[in-house]
Design a protein around this ligand. Structure first.
Ligand SMILES: C[S@@+](CC[C@H](N)C(=O)[O-])C[C@H]1O[C@@H](n2cnc3c(N)ncnc32)[C@H](O)[C@@H]1O
Length: 179
């Protein structure tokens, strides 16, 4: 490490292909590319991520999931409710599904092919998708929740009085007036 730091003139690394890991491993691959060449390292890493998160209270218990995600979400099994980008082996997605088993809409777990391909047991409630976050996100059209609409309209000087959504949940009306 001292040799690398000296060569880098003690500056913060800026290039994901030129850091201490590359120096020590003699590679110019970025970290995950390099680790994926060693399944044992990847398995250990992913198991560690699941374990370290499992030892702390899950965000689904302390973050306002209902107001931020569930309220105002489309009640349609085919729409996407939650995308966990770079979600590893899916510990967060599983926690979410365990706490909200009856939530409507798909939960999608995205990670690199080597990680997704390594997931052996998963219930069908969570959709697995190989995805590299340096490429455009394939899931488009995320819809705003009620609180996001309220925030957006308040920035435009409007106060939301009500959200009126017909039963079959197609397009609705947001009733707003000058704040
Ligand atoms: C530090 S772990 C975080 C896992 C999980 N989100 C959590 O908070 O416990 C980083 C995750 O990012 C994934 N990852 C790294 N590079 C990625 C990329 N280019 N595209 C998608 N996922 C990537 C890794 O495979 C790994 O699962």
């Amino acid at each position: 490490m001292p040799t690398f730091l000296q060569q880098a003139r003690y500056c913060d690394p800026q290039d994901p292909k030129n850091g201490i890991l590359q120096f020590a491993s003699g590679t110019d691959r970025e970290a995950f590319e390099q680790w994926h060449l060693s399944p044992d390292i990847m398995n250990n890493f992913n198991t560690f991520m699941t374990g370290v998160r499992g030892s702390r209270p899950s965000w689904v218990h302390w973050w306002p999931v209902e107001s931020r995600i569930l309220q105002g979400a489309t009640e349609d099994e085919e729409s996407v409710l939650l995308v966990d980008v770079a979600g590893g082996l899916g510990h967060d997605a599983r926690e979410f599904k365990a706490k909200y088993p009856h939530s409507k809409g798909k939960i999608v777990l995205q990670d690199l092919p080597a990680v997704i391909g390594n997931i052996k047991r998963f219930n069908g409630d969570i959709e697995l998708m190989e995805y590299n976050f340096f490429t455009p996100q394939p899931i488009k059209g995320k819809e705003r929740t009620e609180s996001q609409w309220k925030k957006l309209l308040s920035m435009a000087g409007l106060h939301v009085n009500s959200f009126l959504v017909p039963k079959n949940n197609t397009e609705g009306i947001i009733e707003a007036e000058l704040a």
